[in-house]
Design a protein around this ligand. Structure first.
Ligand code: PRP
Length: 196
């Protein structure tokens, strides 16, 4: 089924084919790196779900998966990067090799908080894998071990990334027109119209 292109798209950044090919490469890297280990992928809801499913199918060793959901208060200037776990893991991670799977690492505040929290639970190893990396917006350094794509400082949607919870199911990643988005937080200058 073809999903109609949403209003406000400037250009497609990565096609579905490009995304799948790159995930296949990263999946092979992960398989080699963790061969013989007890690998658990932890996805941060909701955006990373699309990436997680494709990634697990590109990994050639047995893996377990688990999910975390967080509430972010990063838009509050008084307390940037304050994050709360809204849904915790189902299982302990003690002694396991854990890969934190993100759709995007941006300021790095979320990943930093989660790495600190997960490290306290005694995993054998802990690393980050992200579909998109927007290093130009980084506020804290994040040790990203596996990355599919570096992206420019633009608002992107698709393949798990949303605009007001919409467009996650686009099979590609697209850049929104600057006039449509007021800032990277997702607050629009005005709603996109069908003519854009
Ligand atoms: C995105 C992404 C990361 C976070 C990265 O989640 O999945 O968790 O932002 O941003 P940071 O590096 O600036 O901390 P978002 O809050 O958009 O939630 P979603 O996955 O439900 O869309």
């Amino acid at each position: 089924m073809t999903i109609p292109e949403p209003p406000g798209i400037e250009r497609v950044l990565f096609t579905g084919d490009q995304i799948r090919r790159r995930i296949a490469e990263v999946g092979s890297e992960i398989s080699e790196h963790y061969r013989g280990k007890d690998l658990k992928l932890i996805a941060v809801l909701k955006g990373s779900v699309y990436f997680l499913t494709e990634l697990t199918r590109a990994i050639g060793i047995p893996v377990k998966i688990d999910f975390l959901a967080i509430s972010s208060f990063a838009s509050q200037r008084s307390s940037p990067g304050v994050v709360r776990i809204a849904k915790d893991l189902d299982e302990p991670i003690e002694g396991e090799d854990v890969l934190l799977v993100e759709d995007i690492v941006d300021t790095g505040l979320t990943a930093t908080y989660l790495l600190r929290t997960l490290a306290g639970r005694g995993p054998n190893s802990l690393a980050v894998c992200t579909l998109l990396d927007r290093t130009s917006r980084r506020l804290v350094e994040v040790p990203v071990r596996f990355r599919c794509f570096e992206i420019p400082d633009r608002f992107v949607i698709g393949y798990g990334l949303d605009y007001r919870q919409l467009y996650r199911n686009l099979p590609y990643i697209a850049v929104m027109k600057p006039g449509v988005m007021a800032d990277q937080s997702g607050a629009p200058a005005r709603p996109p119209t069908a003519s854009e």
